[in-house]
Every structure is written in C-alpha cells, then in structure tokens.
Design a protein around this ligand. Structure first.
Ligand SMILES: [Ca+2]
Ligand SMILES: [Ca+2]
Ligand SMILES: [Ca+2]
Ligand SMILES: [Ca+2]
Length: 316
C-alpha cells in the first residue's frame, strides 16, 4: 500500500507536502484507536508533533521461526529460500494448477517444485508481535509459534526411479522418496476479520479449516491451487483434519492444496499521489482508525506548507 496521507479539509495540496528522502522500504502498522502510528527515520513536522511517539509500532513479520510458500516475486528481505522437488506420478501424469498460479518453482504435469521462504530468526526487532488469531496455516520450522497446532501433509511421490530432491532452507518434515511437511495451523478467529501483516510485497498463506482465505488488512487475497498427481500404485498420501486445506482426490489419493496469494489492494493506490517520495522506492504505510496518526518514514519536510500533520483519517 502506498502511504496514504491525505488531508481531510478541502485544501488537498497540489504540491506535495511530504518530502520523504532516502526511499527506504518501511512498513507501518497502527495501533488501536487513540494510538499513533509508527514513525521511523527523522520526522520534521514543524511543530505538529505526533502525540505519543512511543506508542508507534512498525509492522514486522510476527515472532517465531516458520515459513511461507514463495511467490514468484520472491521472499521477504532477510528470509532464506529453499526448494523441494517432488517427482510426481510418471504414468499418465496429470498435475494441474490454477490460472493464475503465482507461486515460485518449476511446475509440469509429471514433476513440480515447492519453493519456500523461511524465517529462521525468532525475533528481528523490538516491534515484533505474536501472530494474530484467525484461520490460516504457515510452514513449521522449529516450534510452532504460540496459538498454532502442528499439522502434516504426506505426499506419496513417484515410486519408480524417484528423483526427489531438496535444497536450501525447508520446512520441518521428512524429505525422502516421499514428502512429509509439517504446518502450523490455527482456527481461533474468523477468516473474514482482517489481520495485520506487512504489505510491502506479495506473500502467501494457507487456509485453515475453511474455504476462505484469511483476510489481511490492505491486501487482496486470491485463492490459487496446485494438484499433485501422486503415486498411483498402492497410493498412500495423507492429509489431516484442520490442516492447510489439502484435499485427497479420488481413490488414488491425489492432493489438491489451496494457496492464498496476497497483493496490495489496487484501491489503496491514490490516483494523484500527494507525496513526493524521492528515490523511487516503495514506502508502505498503514493507517489507523480515525483519529490516529499515520506512519512516516525517512525525512518528512513539511516546512511552509502549513498542513496539519497530527492526525489523518483512516482510508481503506
Ligand atoms: Ca515424475
Ligand atoms: Ca512413493
Ligand atoms: Ca508411479
Ligand atoms: Ca495419481
């Protein structure tokens, strides 16, 4: 989401009141009503200060070690990549996938790659929060973060001349001639109640115990899938109730698994950006409820504009 800081009064500035230097990527998150938004970098607002800068919290990926499916556009900064190649059924192969399919990895009717984004550092900043309640799953790496339950999917990969392989950082599991992957799942909230996660770049979550994608504030979710043609002879694939929405299909136990692919909501991109963001890099901000302040990042120079800086309306 592009930083949306728009004045409520009629005098929406023609000339950008903000000059955000440096162009670093910053995500902001907001607190509860009455709180301020995160601030990072030097904010010079000519005396219209944020009420309680100490309340500001930048949006970060939640606490814990875990993984997410890798979208084609890559992993969050600082995470590690990994790959699992499934040698899927060679006889009358019929892997299938959604169109569009926005996950990274080579896919074909007889083999496929799952690619992973793995967060191997438990805490990355003092602002990390726990994962919020909801209905979603992530990959397990070490202990599941608080509030999640362990779940598994077992793929019966090709039995004959199996050429499964893996590389890099991968989720907890068993990676032999078949594939067992552990997930962390929770169903302690409603998928329709939006949770707050970083919106800088696309990411992927799994459904949990629901046909719905967990809603994420500022992001548009699309349900995509991959269908594995698992081993046909003595098929032995298994999924768990309450797991990441995998379904066994047919007597030969193929597996269809849904992915929720998240991109920033188009509607949150202003037509005329009232900000002059130098450097051409992305600055993401998230805004709070009405009456809250917005995040600022980099140097904000609003000298001689006279615009009100203390609070901005929530726009979603
Ligand atoms: Ca194969
Ligand atoms: Ca097998
Ligand atoms: Ca076979
Ligand atoms: Ca099969």
């Amino acid at each position: 989401m592009v930083l949306l800081i728009v004045a409520t009064w009629s005098e929406t500035p023609q000339n950008d009141p903000f000059n955000i230097n440096g162009g670093q990527t910053v995500s902001g998150q907001i607190g509860q009503q009455g709180e301020n938004i995160d601030q990072s970098g030097t904010v010079n607002n000519g005396g219209n200060g944020v009420d309680n800068p100490s309340d500001c919290i930048p949006i970060t990926w939640p606490l814990g070690t875990y993984g997410l499916p890798m979208p084609k556009l890559g992993c969050p900064s600082g995470w590690h990549e990994g790959t699992r190649l499934h040698d899927t059924e060679d006889s009358r192969s019929r892997n299938a996938w959604s169109v569009p399919y926005d996950l990274a990895g080579n896919i074909a009717i007889n083999d496929m790659e799952q690619k992973f984004c793995m967060k191997t550092q438990d805490r990355t900043s003092e602002y990390n929060l726990p994962w919020p309640t909801g209905q979603y799953c992530i990959f397990k790496k070490g202990n599941c973060p608080g509030g999640f339950e362990n779940k598994t999917i077992h793929w019966d990969d090709e039995d004959n001349n199996n050429h499964n392989s893996n590389s890099g950082q991968i989720p907890d599991g068993k990676y032999g001639h078949d594939t067992l992957i552990y997930y962390c799942c929770r169903s302690d909230g409603n998928a329709t109640d939006a949770i707050i996660l970083p919106t800088d770049s696309p990411f992927v979550l799994f459904k949990s115990n629901s046909n719905l994608c967990q809603q994420v504030r500022g992001m548009e979710a699309t349900s995509e899938f991959f269908y594995w043609d698992n081993e046909d002879t003595r098929p032995n694939s298994r999924v768990q109730e309450g797991g990441p929405g995998a379904r066994l299909v047919g007597t030969k136990k193929d597996i269809q698994l849904d992915y929720c692919y998240y991109v920033k909501k188009e509607s949150e991109t202003p037509q005329n950006d009232p900000f002059d963001i130098n450097g051409g890099q992305t600055v993401s901000g998230k805004i709070g409820q009405q009456g809250e302040n917005i995040d600022q990042s980099g140097t904000v120079n609003n000298d001689d504009t006279g615009y009100y800086y203390g609070h901005y309306p929530y726009r979603d």
